[in-house]
Design a binder for this molecule. Structure first.
Ligand SMILES: Nc1ncnc2c1ncn2[C@@H]1O[C@H](COP(=O)(O)OP(=O)(O)OP(=O)(O)O)[C@@H](O)[C@H]1O
Ligand SMILES: [Mg+2]
Length: 351
């Protein structure tokens, strides 16, 4: 029998799950390449630690953007190395060649984008690839019976996209996927500090500020020291940032996420809205952990929102559960056009 594998191939993180062993790989979707010899040096955590510290011959690349493949060949090379680096070692790499792989993808993905993900998994060795929307996997991981006439409302805030969906009777009632994710909050922090202080900070520092200091409801002023580069002198400079300033910095992406949630609720059939009110909004994905986001949504929408336990694992856990029900998922699988050529894929990834 083919080996059954699930992959959450995310913009920020890649997780691999085997049916027998559970999660066997979980590292950032980052790859370091030596341009002189065109060789992949490392992937995952090691590559992420190199960000902003590389000599000119080394590039550190995130081959996924907004949940889709941005750099096709680099994505294949990254995934191949990840497959070689799982806890299962060599045995897993060999078994992957005969694997049936379930992959999570953003909602409302185009056919070219879904074909791109499918091709990357195929070219990395898999025999059969099946795509399932992340939000479906998220709902399954929460133990929701998605085949019942009861609405689950999922908001998955990943690094690259926020996927919002109302799910019932094995399908999607209303959905939206916006190209605004938690990485856009990091970017907003970088831009704010550049504009207000003429200081450049790196993406890891911005992410650190988001995780440690950012808050979307300020109850008490808090501060954090960071080091950036003064753009006037080129020298290192200390900044003491407040959570109030970070709140200002991240307001626009947060507002975009809130207004998209509102518009999905508005487009739900009237009967389902009562279900959403009683069951609440389930916040998942790593970005759901932004401090007080649940309270902000309650203030804005009057609907309880709760952050699911271990939100960064919900897609992979749901895909893992779906591996046990391969026969029942055929109507949840994303179809793609087999007529999109490799040439079209290369064209879109070059843009
Ligand atoms: N405690 C936290 N507070 C706020 N954001 C966080 C926290 N922990 C992780 N994140 C953010 O979550 C994001 C990663 O989430 P996740 O792993 O769900 O994304 P992904 O699945 O790779 O992306 P996508 O689904 O968009 O392709 C990163 O931007 C990270 O900075
Ligand atoms: Mg995700």
């Amino acid at each position: 029998m083919n080996k059954l594998i699930a992959i959450d191939f995310g913009t920020s993180n890649t997780l691999i799950h085997s049916k027998e062993k559970g999660i066997i790989f979980q590292e950032p979707s980052v790859v370091a390449i030596d341009n002189n010899i065109n060789k992949v040096l490392t992937v995952g955590n090691e590559a992420q630690q190199m960000i902003g510290k590389t000599p000119t011959n080394i590039s550190v690349i995130r081959p996924l953007k907004y949940g889709s493949i941005d750099k096709f060949d680099i994505a294949i090379r990254m995934l191949k190395m990840m497959i070689d680096h799982t806890k299962e070692g060599n045995r897993f790499s060999k078994a992957f060649a005969k694997a049936y792989v379930l992959v999570g993808v953003p909602s409302m993905i185009t056919q070219v984008e879904s074909r791109g993900i499918e091709e990357v998994i195929h070219e990395s060795g898999a025999k059969k690839v099946v795509l399932v929307k992340d939000v479906i996997a998220d709902a399954v991981s929460l133990g929701e019976d998605i085949f019942k006439p009861k609405v689950s409302f999922i908001v998955d805030i990943g690094g690259g996209t926020t996927d919002i969906a109302a799910i019932a009777l094995g399908g999607i009632l209303a959905e939206e996927s916006i190209k605004v994710g938690s990485n856009d909050i990091d970017l907003a922090i970088i831009q704010y500090i550049k504009k207000e202080y003429n200081v450049e900070i790196g993406e890891l520092t911005a992410e650190h500020l988001k995780i440690q200091l950012a808050n979307v409801i300020i109850e008490k002023e808090q501060f954090m020291e960071i080091i950036g580069q003064d753009l006037a002198s080129g020298l290192p400079i200390n900044l003491n940032m407040s959570n109030q300033e970070i709140y200002e910095a991240i307001r626009i992406p947060i507002e975009k996420i809130c207004s998209s949630i509102k518009s999905v609720i508005e487009s739900c059939p009237a009967e389902s809205v009562a279900d959403i009110l009683s069951n609440g909004i389930m916040l998942t994905g790593g970005g759901a952990q932004l401090r007080n986001l649940d309270k902000l949504l309650y203030q804005e929408l009057g609907i309880q929102a709760s952050i699911v336990p271990s939100p960064e694992y919900s897609t992979i856990n749901g895909l893992g559960k779906l591996l046990d029900h391969i026969d029942t998922i055929h109507n949840m699988v994303i179809e793609y056009s087999p007529y999109i050529s490799r040439k079209d894929l290369d064209k879109t990834t070059e843009e």
